[in-house]
Design a binder for this molecule. Structure first.
Ligand code: ZN
Ligand code: ZN
Length: 169
């Protein structure tokens, strides 16, 4: 009896090493990376910990609860570091902070917002690498939808910019 139980437990654990993680209505592949010895999300087929390709296929779905861990507030020094890394430009539309654009005939000066690249609720990743500076417009447009990659966000905001500022050269 005990042997049977132990066998099933082991099988269950191996099966659980790669699975679909369901967060609310969002499903992301999650895997235990043996090299990094940590749980990691798989984005675009790559593990978010080390960028290595995922070879196993997920076999089952697991409903996750989103623990409400405290978000880390960014200090001015951290914000400066992020801004420097991006050359003072928005991570998504690459326009420069402080520049003025006419949106529906109204002048708008781009202001910096700081946000997680991988949503914090899913990744729990508070490291500086997971933060991006974006302008208030990209930030607003981006928050309307769920995206699966940074490229997808960039394509989307490029379209939005085209719609909102048609005469912009
Ligand atoms: Zn890894
Ligand atoms: Zn932008």
């Amino acid at each position: 009896m005990i042997r049977v139980l132990r066998f099933s437990w082991g099988r269950l654990q191996r099966r659980a090493m790669t699975h679909y993680a369901v967060y609310g209505n969002v499903t992301i592949v999650r895997t235990f990376c043996e090299e990094c010895e940590r749980w990691s999300l798989v984005l675009d087929g790559e593990k978010s910990c080390c960028g290595k390709e995922l070879t196993k296929e997920p076999t089952y779905r697991k409903r996750m609860s989103c623990p409400e861990r405290k978000r880390q507030p960014l200090t001015p020094t951290m914000k400066n570091a992020i801004s420097r890394r991006q050359g003072g430009r928005c991570y998504y539309c690459r326009k420069k902070m402080g520049e003025c654009f006419f949106v529906r005939c109204k002048p708008i000066w781009l202001r910096a917002h700081y946000d997680h690249i991988e949503p914090f609720a899913y990744s729990q990743n508070n490291s500086l690498d997971n933060f991006a500076m974006s302008c208030q417009l990209c930030n607003l447009w981006k928050n309307d939808r769920m995206f699966y990659s940074v490229e997808e966000v960039r394509t989307y905001v490029r379209r939005k910019w085209g719609e909102k500022t048609p005469r912009e050269g």
